[in-house]
Design a protein around this ligand. Structure first.
Ligand code: ADP
Ligand code: MG
Length: 224
């Protein structure tokens, strides 16, 4: 369960007050929800609020944690990080893999943070890389992989701890169409497994594949 209520974020840009997200309310469901809107409409800010990277000026985000429902902004940053690790996976436009770690080590990284043993980490990471078709790239450093391959490593890593929620911000933004297609198929298959996928994009073609589409304009949810 992931639910936003009257979520609002204001930024001060010098003399001007920008309302990046304006009273956004929505209950996200398993499957893909695309969040679309032009550049500057608040998509990334909304994602940052939903994931607890940023705190709202008003309103709240509620997340199901086991039997409990917790309000993200009521937790301190340490608890939010812990909750993110277990409940949320991330795939961004910039593939933010750790450049000095191999593909396998990158995928194993969240498992290390969660305290899994080395052997288990390596086995799980190898299985995840195989799932995204990269069994022959486990020992490669990110700069030896193509953009599409790096993004598939990022997807494998995002799934390491089997999170119920997956955030993707323009995940195909830097890819050629064939690689982008492959990445979208992987994301779609995760949604079919019952994950709640939040796909932020300005690409209406991608949004068409989503189960639900939310349109943002000036930080506000618009109809239709
Ligand atoms: P999108 O992802 O849809 O392009 P953003 O969420 O990045 O939109 O930005 C929404 C609005 O909030 C923009 O007007 C942007 O300039 C402003 N904004 C975003 N982040 C900040 C920040 N850290 N400080 C000030 N203004 C910001
Ligand atoms: Mg953005």
């Amino acid at each position: 369960m992931l639910e936003a209520t009257h979520l609002t974020k204001r930024f001060h840009q010098g003399e001007i007050d920008v309302v990046a997200v304006d009273r956004f309310s929505h209950r996200f469901q398993p499957g893909i929800t695309a969040v679309v809107g032009p550049s500057g409409s608040g998509k990334t800010t909304l994602l940052n609020l939903l994931a607890g990277f940023d705190t709202p000026t008003e309103g709240e985000v509620r997340v199901q944690e086991g039997e409990k429902v917790v309000v993200l902004s009521k937790l301190d940053e340490g608890r939010r990080a812990e909750l993110r690790l277990r409940l949320m996976g991330f795939v961004f436009q910039q593939w933010n893999l750790i450049p000095t770690l191999t593909a396998l080590e990158n995928v194993a990284f969240p498992l290390m943070l969660a305290g899994h043993r080395l052997k288990e980490r390596q086995e799980r990471a190898a299985a995840l890389l195989a799932q995204v078709g990269l069994e022959k790239r486990v020992k490669h450093l990110p700069n030896r992989l193509s953009g599409g391959e790096q993004q598939r490593v990022a997807i494998a890593r995002s799934l390491a701890l089997d999170p119920p929620i997956l955030f993707a911000d323009e995940p195909t933004g830097n890819l050629d169409s064939a690689s982008g297609e492959r990445v979208m198929e992987l994301i779609t298959s995760q949604a079919r497994k019952g994950r709640t996928v939040i796909l932020v994009t300005h690409d209406l073609e991608l949004a068409r594949r989503a189960d639900w589409v939310l349109r943002l304009r000036d930080g506000r949810l618009v109809d239709g």
